[in-house]
Design a protein around this ligand. Structure first.
Ligand code: SF4
Length: 256
């Protein structure tokens, strides 16, 4: 991916955020959101049991197409993934970024995809966005080692573009395996893409954040991605509001 394509993708993301905040958008007047957040739900609907909630159609079991669907062991899921070449994202990755943290975490964070730093190090949220996330964790009294952090897809999309629906669908069984193995009671979707994908919604993150959803019987909250906060300071306040809700729910879980 060339530098100019990187810049184009960054500009496109910024404009989309502006649109979500309903600022005038002279460049993308017809933009209505990506509308492809249904990849996980679509895959699950096709192959696994589903149910309807206020949050939309969700998978209640790992889809039948999931490799070793009954597996609930995190290390086993990682082994099953191997040096994955199941979708086109494998071609330009340096490292596959599976996830890190407590395998028995009560709280799980799910972002979109690895970025350049994550691709280089093989760990999620280790670049500037990760450093900001660490600061938010510290302020919310959440210890990074107590939670589990992963992404919707495990390989970096070229130029940090959004993962394509077929890439999400292909990687989805492994995310479901991770959730199944960890059994978190709280999930936080970091950013528009993770929120729309998990919830099968096309609303912007500005509308999805700040409230709890029922997801597989777990409580799910969405907030802005830390990298969005780095681009736009005005997102920091709503993120802190969301993290205060998360902190209170997490504290209650840990203390009881
Ligand atoms: S993104 Fe997921 S499915 Fe695609 S190559 Fe990477 S691990 Fe495999």
């Amino acid at each position: 991916m060339s530098r100019s394509e990187d810049i184009r993708n960054e500009v496109y993301r910024f404009l989309r955020q502006q649109k979500e905040f309903r600022y005038p958008d002279p460049i993308l007047p017809g933009f209505k959101g990506i509308g492809k957040g249904s990849a996980i739900a679509a895959a699950s609907t096709a192959a696994g049991a589903t149910r309807k909630t206020a949050a939309g159609t969700i998978a209640t079991t790992a889809p039948a197409s999931a490799p070793a669907a009954a597996r609930t062991d995190l290390a086993g899921a990682r082994a099953e993934l191997g040096e994955c070449t199941r979708c086109g994202l494998h071609g330009q990755r340096t490292n596959l970024v599976f996830g890190v943290g407590n395998p028995n975490a009560k709280l799980m964070f799910i972002g979109e995809a690895p970025g350049a730093d994550e691709d280089r190090k093989g760990e999620p949220f280790v670049g500037r966005a990760g450093q900001l996330l660490d600061k938010i964790f510290a302020a919310a009294e959440i210890r990074r080692e107590d939670v589990y952090i992963t992404n919707i897809v495990k390989c970096r999309p070229p130029g940090n573009r959004d993962p394509h629906p077929d890439e999400v669908t292909t990687c989805n069984p492994f995310l479901l395996q991770q959730i199944d193995a960890i059994q978190p009671q709280l999930i936080c979707a970091l950013g528009r893409f993770a929120a729309q994908t998990l919830l099968d919604k096309t609303e912007g993150i500005g509308r999805l954040r700040g409230r709890w959803f029922d997801w597989h019987g777990k409580r799910l909250i969405c907030t802005y991605h830390p990298s969005a906060c780095l681009r736009n300071e005005s997102y920091k306040r709503p993120v802190w509001n969301d993290f205060q809700m998360l902190r209170d729910a997490y504290k209650e879980l840990v203390e009881n």
